[in-house]
Design a protein around this ligand. Sequence first.
Ligand code: HEC
Ligand code: HEC
Length: 334
Amino acid sequence: MLNKTKVISTGMITLIILFSGSAYKFNSFQNLFKPGKAQAEEKPAEKKEEIFPWKFPDEEKIPALAEGDYILYGQKLINETSRYLGPEVKNSKMRFAGSNMSCKNCHLAGGTKQNTAGYVGVYGRFPQFRVRSNMVETLENRINGCFERSLNGKPLPLDSKEMKSIVTYMKWLSTDIPVGAKVNGQGLIKIPFLARAASPESGKKVFQQRCMNCHGVDGLGIRRGKQGDSEGYVFPPLWGKDSYNTGAAMYRLMTAASFIKANMPFDNPDLTIEQAYDVAAYISSQGRPVKPGIEKDFPVLKFKPVDAPYPPFNDDFPPEQHKYGPFQTMLKDK
Ligand code: HEC
Ligand code: HEC
């Protein structure tokens, strides 16, 4: 009797569902008529993507690990890049970075801070297809991408102790995070588009009021020691010849604005979305090293992000709009 009722109900619901055309509803309704155990065996209709917490192991335990020396050296290379691999180091063969900046100037706290394209879980996110190269890239490729662009330098040899150490450090920061997993706070925050073009003039005011006291009146940063000592910066430069080059992700308005919105001013990141865009526009309007060959980036042009501000473009919008926006209208036309 009970069974019959169930069959009829299920049948009726199937009909209703067929009309409303939703397989998902069908499954969840059907589950209402099933006892607990059967429900557990049922395949979930919708798989929710699991997001792992931002968690990494205790630093004090590194020395006890077999690969401890590599991890510690990798950590130093990230936090004090200029001292080991900068343009002022004594051994000219070790000058891989072209500027005196360090990885941690952007990947804050050695890549352990959320929303700074941090390194927790990064080991399991590669190899990864990337539209900039239209290729599957390894973690080593990606690291060298930041060497060549964000640090305006040249790639580390894949078999060097330095590359192995950086990778081992990132692997350690990714302990217990499964391959391909999403981690809460990975990458940068998503910010909404601005309805207008970002304004370098308004951004200059934001810079003077909120950034200049640390990054310097001229935006060229404050060095730790003096030129030639390879000690790098207390406050890194925002532009100029010792800053990232035009091929760096930070040169794109959306990237810079979302980094700044989440992280700057360093002691109190409280800018509005508009202020973040405007100050990013002001920074991008200043001079910096030019990356040769960036016209070859994004070989499949329709996948080139609208805020990559260098030709060739896949549309007729002026280069100025690719640099400062507004971007939303550009996306609609794609
Ligand atoms: C000027 C700022 C800057 C500096 C300096 C910098 N990076 Fe990056 N890096 C970025 C940004 C921005 C991204 C994210 C780009 C994106 O997702 O569009 C990134 C992404 C990465 C990623 C991929 C992260 C992920 O979750 O996929 C790795 C790995 C990386 N950087 C390594 C390094 C290393 C190693 C150094 C030093 C040799 C370095 N970076 C220096 C800005 C910087
Ligand atoms: C209290 C000091 C302070 C203030 C104020 C400040 N910053 Fe920073 N900023 C830093 C420090 C320190 C770093 C590097 C972090 C590190 O190395 O740990 C940094 C890094 C950056 C970076 C990435 C590295 C680079 O040089 O490109 C950008 C971009 C940036 N700041 C933009 C801004 C903007 C825009 C403002 C104003 C809205 C601002 N900062 C205000 C201290 C400050």
